[in-house]
Design a binder for this molecule. Structure first.
Ligand code: NDP
Length: 333
């Protein structure tokens, strides 16, 4: 396969902690990084072994030695940066949430289609061995008809991430745009189903500032009739993550699986007893990049497409609206 040369838009934590390594593991090259601050761009490039650094989006996307860009700036910037990349004909892997509203998110997908480039959304949890095994088990009828799901995704936001996520509404702060959007995507993937309505209540326990929610509990109703409960937080130091699906003929109990790490287990419980599903753990982000590279080469699709990013964001926005209005809210298409 031809080498894919990546440009990073955003000198971010996620790129430093996961995506630079993932791109390299998947056989790609991290060719350049853009930060809005020239000195930070230079330091970040030096610290991460990246040959080029720029402080302007146009300079990055017009570089003929770049094939694809990865956008991991704060959420309000994704739209314009993706549009610039699409106009320049670069493939784009964009962080979630794609944008702050559905109008922009749809426009981003449309622009990528128009320019004939690959667009992916970095919903890493689809790449987890746990979630893939649960999806397969459901598709092969191991739990009969799914009735309920439960997502346990309450974590503690580490101090180095306690910035714009809890303080800056204009950047898309809050636990719903940060975590519920991942739950929605993982539910859509595992259940192979689409949410239609959401009810939710938020909590403001003091970590979020200026009215930003730092916890949420809610329920999504799916087309098939499945009800899925979700619990997301920035404030719980000792909770365990998990993902369960309960069907007419069995239950899938995923433990320690709503995480960036390639870990966790899944138990299938039914009339025959309990068994642990066989899992082949692999770096979630590296698998995502590998599938993105395959899609560029004409083989299949990114694990989460641009359309997936829109649909999962629509469910998160419905949760936000439901919490605000106190009413069950329809998920916009
Ligand atoms: P960061 O806060 O680390 O980075 C966001 C932006 O903040 C950067 O682009 C950078 O701007 C600026 N910045 C970062 N560090 C500093 C610093 N020390 N001083 C000054 N400015 C700084 O955000 P995250 O990496 O946590 O998140 C980025 C995006 O990725 C978000 O959209 C988030 O939702 C998503 N994300 C996705 C995850 C996933 O698993 N899919 C996990 C974590 C985040 P500049 O580039 O201009 O320098």
């Amino acid at each position: 396969m031809t080498l894919v040369r990546w440009g990073l838009i955003g000198a971010s934590t996620i790129a430093k902690e996961w995506m630079i390594g993932a791109i390299r593991d998947a056989g790609g090259e991290v060719a350049s990084v853009m930060s809005s601050d020239a000195a930070r761009a230079k330091d970040y490039a030096a610290a991460n072994g990246i040959a080029k650094h720029v402080s302007d989006v146009q300079a990055l996307v017009s570089d003929p030695d770049i094939d694809a860009v990865y956008i991991s700036t704060t959420n309000e910037l994704h739209r314009d940066q993706l549009m610039a990349a699409a106009d320049a004909g670069k493939h784009v892997l964009c962080e979630k949430p794609l944008a702050l509203d559905l109008y922009d998110a749809h426009a981003m997908v449309a622009a990528c289609h128009e320019h004939g480039i690959v667009m992916g959304t970095n919903h890493h949890l689809r790449n987890a061995a746990t979630h893939r095994a649960m999806r397969e088990a459901i598709l092969s009828g191991k739990i009969g008809k799914p009735l309920f799901a439960r997502v346990f995704h309450a974590v503690f936001l580490p101090p180095h991430l306690q910035g714009w996520r809890i303080k800056t509404p204009s950047a898309g702060a809050g636990v719903i745009m940060d975590i519920t959007v991942h739950d929605a995507d993982t539910l859509r993937f595992v259940l192979n189903d689409e949410p239609t309505h959401v009810s939710a209540m938020v909590q403001k326990a003091g970590m979020g500032e200026g009215g930003v929610e730092d916890g949420v509990m809610g329920v999504m109703r799916f087309k098939s009739g499945v009800l899925a409960q979700f619990h997301d937080a920035f404030t719980t130091r000792y909770a365990e993550t998990g993902f369960e699906v309960h069907g007419t003929e069995g239950s899938l109990i995923g433990r320690d699986c709503m995480t960036q790490q390639p870990k966790g287990e899944v138990i299938l419980r039914n009339a025959q007893g309990e068994e642990s599903l066989n899992l082949h753990h692999e770096n979630l982000y590296a698998r995502g990049v590998r599938l993105f590279h395959d899609a560029i080469a004409g083989g299949g699709q990114p694990s989460a497409t641009g359309e997936d990013g829109v649909k999962s964001m629509a469910a998160a926005l419905a949760a936000m609206e439901a919490a605000k209005s106190g009413r069950e809210t329809e998920v916009a298409a």
